[in-house]
Design a protein around this ligand. Structure first.
Ligand code: HPA
Length: 279
């Protein structure tokens, strides 16, 4: 790489973050209040933004690259009604880079841009036997089995029993009900992946209290809460987890179901953002 290449890793982490956020700030015309991370197959939501500015993440200095099919890799800033939103289309998973800092970078960027509310979304396998593919689940709490943590010292969270904001959960439940959007609630279990779980692992997941299982979100949510952000999370249940059905699970199935529910999911995100308001 040439010396002038903006992607070259140089300077301190703080300097790199400043370069990233400056690059983004100069290319968006709104001051975003809410960040939304759009998971596997769920990126279309950002197409409904008004006055949208889109930046391919591969052009952003120091920004991690995603390699997973179905992750488009763009940052889109725009308005949903009166509310300014920054959407991260696609994310980089831990298994892609093996670096937790890479996974956490979008959170650091959102925080550095002054955003104090985060809505994280993901595709997940249903562990709860009452769930069906296509269900949308509000994450009430999480179990982090990635064996990683973004925290450098104990605690550091907002002090609540969960990193998901209780008041925000109440607001979302009420607004989904008012909009007539069925919403499940439950505990998300985050694993490292990238292999899907075994049937025995899913039985364990159920026994330890998980309702859905996936390969993202838990470390991002922990970091965001520790930085003082209000965090909400949604899982799109794209399949029943391993062992719950006779067929083998495929990534195509995950993106197909995510595609099928994307309108309902977009309605849910729209209702959530409207209920949160411009604050
Ligand atoms: N397991 C892990 N991650 C997932 C799944 C699953 O069954 N479905 C979508 N993401």
């Amino acid at each position: 790489m040439k010396k002038s290449d903006p992607h070259r890793r140089s300077g301190t982490a703080a300097a790199r973050l400043r370069q990233t956020t400056q690059y983004i700030s100069e290319r968006i015309s709104v001051r975003p209040a809410i960040a939304v991370i759009l998971g596997s197959g769920l990126g279309d939501f950002a197409e409904s933004f008004i006055h949208a500015d889109a930046i391919p993440t591969k052009e952003i200095p120091h920004y991690p690259r995603s390699t997973v099919f179905g992750h488009q890799g763009r940052i889109i800033a725009g308005m949903i009604g009166r509310i300014s939103v920054l959407a991260f289309q696609g994310r980089v998973h831990y298994y892609e880079s093996g670096s937790l800092e890479t996974v956490l970078y979008p959170i650091r960027v959102a925080h550095a841009l002054g955003i104090r509310t985060l809505i994280a979304t993901n595709a997940a396998g249903g562990v709860n036997t009452r769930f069906a593919p296509g269900d949308l689940m509000l994450i009430e709490d999480q179990i982090n089995l990635t064996f990683e943590t973004p925290l450098a010292s104990p605690g550091g969270g907002r002090g609540g029993p969960s990193c998901y904001d209780a008041a925000l959960i109440g607001t979302i439940v009420r607004s989904a009900k008012a909009a007539g959007i069925p919403l499940k609630r439950g505990v998300y279990l985050g694993l490292k992946g990238p292999s899907y779980e075994t049937a025995a692992e899913i039985r364990m997941a159920r026994q330890i209290g998980a309702d859905a299982v996936g390969m993202s979100t838990v470390n991002e949510a922990t970091l965001a809460a520790s930085l003082g952000m209000r965090v909400a999370g949604f899982s799109c249940i794209t399949n029943l987890a391993t062992g719950m059905l006779p067929e083998k699970l495929s990534h195509a199935e995950v993106t197909d179901v995510a595609n099928m529910v994307k309108q309902r999911f977009a309605d849910l995100l729209g209702a959530t953002i409207a209920a949160i308001g411009p604050h």
